[in-house]
Write a protein that binds this ligand. Structure first.
Ligand code: COA
Length: 333
């Protein structure tokens, strides 16, 4: 039963100040600005400084304060924090609880971490929408934050050029006003047959860190880039096509497309498969690289802040990530 609709009431983002350009990276590993730009579109990325508390909860606090202010809330209005992140602050407590403490929320709101890698924010969006529609919560803080520099192997050129750090936070609020924003539809999934194509197999329960793992530098992310590329393109395009078809919509009904910002070539290929006009695709991967669960909320925040996305417009979102998880959603802003 649907009691309420979900409105994106406020957004915020944070990226660390420290910029790492492709030219600087090419002094660290055998790569070049030309190779990275051609294969990914990425020009630079941001890197966290732990001295500045730019770990997940620290970045998320800055983005969350902005989202809460934009939404016109106080911190104690927050009834639930859904925190999508791949690498938490600590194994325990969860990072949502860390954020509750940092924000000074005293109402003992619900705190849950979501790990669906780069699809985490979108998974959280579907969960938050269900919780709001059914009247469980009226105000949810949905966080996508990643400190990818913590899992990057800075000696592996095939992965370290791809990722960056950042945080995007969305303040979601229940509404029952006619003509107000709402989520039109969403779809989530995962293809676990390809789960080891993007993995960090060591450092948790199955394979705790040992001296041998550290000596062999096996504590970092591993990836089969081509498997991930092909799967990303196929699943994002097919999820979007499914949503359009089952809601009797065409591309003309969509004002903006915000895909997960992993790689400009993936974004362009999905756009071509869908025949979606490139001028209506929002990107920021060039500036920040792949910030995993933070890419969609930060790109959305930027496009709202600079006036591209306006109230009443229709937005299509799509993401994929380790799992291999994937999803898409269409909403009226
Ligand atoms: N700089 C220079 N050369 C590099 C390099 C780098 N940073 N990384 C890899 N190479 C080399 C490889 O060693 C290989 O050399 P070889 O032909 O001598 O063996 C060559 O470039 C081609 O490598 P390949 O892996 O086939 O390149 P690719 O065209 O598949 O592009 C990716 C690699 C990673 C850019 C691409 O596969 C991709 O974008 N995959 C998706 C990754 C992703 O988005 N992951 C996150 C998901 S959320």
């Amino acid at each position: 039963m649907q009691l309420y609709k979900t409105k994106i009431q406020g957004t915020g983002k944070y990226h660390p100040d420290k910029v790492l350009t492709n030219d600087e990276l090419s002094k660290m590993v055998d790569t070049s600005d030309e190779w990275i730009t051609q294969r990914t579109g990425i020009k630079e990325r941001r890197i966290s400084d732990l001295e500045k508390e730019e770990y997940p909860s620290g970045m998320a606090e800055r983005a969350a304060r902005q989202a809460i202010e934009n939404a016109g809330w106080t911190v104690d209005d927050v009834e639930c924090i859904l925190f999508a992140t791949t690498i938490p602050d600590m194994m325990l407590p969860n990072t949502a609880s860390q954020l509750q403490a940092r924000l000074g929320i005293t109402n003992q709101c619900a705190c849950l971490d979501i790990n669906a890698a780069c699809t985490g924010w979108l998974y959280g969006f579907q969960m938050a929408n269900s919780l709001i529609q059914t009247g469980v919560y009226k105000k949810i803080l949905l966080v996508g934050t990643e400190m990818a520099s913590g899992f990057n192997n800075w000696q592996d050129r095939s992965t370290c050029v791809l990722f960056g750090d950042g945080s995007g936070v969305t303040a979601l609020e229940a509404t029952d006003a006619d003509g107000d924003s709402f989520v039109i539809d969403s779809i989530m999934g995962s293809d676990s047959s390809k789960r080891m194509a993007l993995a960090m197999p060591n450092g948790a329960a199955m394979s705790p860190i040992t001296h041998e793992i550290l000596d062999n530098r096996e504590q970092y992310i591993t990836m089969d880039g081509q498997v991930v590329f092909k799967s990303a393109v196929k699943t994002m395009a097919s999820h979007c096509a499914t949503l359009l078809e089952r809601n009797n919509m065409t591309l003309d009904d969509i004002d903006w497309f915000i895909p997960h910002q992993a790689n400009l070539r993936i974004i362009e290929t999905v756009g071509k498969l869908l025949k979606f006009p490139s001028e209506r695709v929002i990107t920021n991967v060039q500036k920040y690289a792949n910030t995993s669960s933070a890419t969609i909320p930060t790109a959305m925040h930027e496009a709202i802040a600079d006036g591209r996305i306006k109230r009443g417009q229709t937005i299509m979102l799509a993401a994929f990530g380790a799992g291999l998880t994937s999803g898409a959603a269409i909403l009226q802003f």
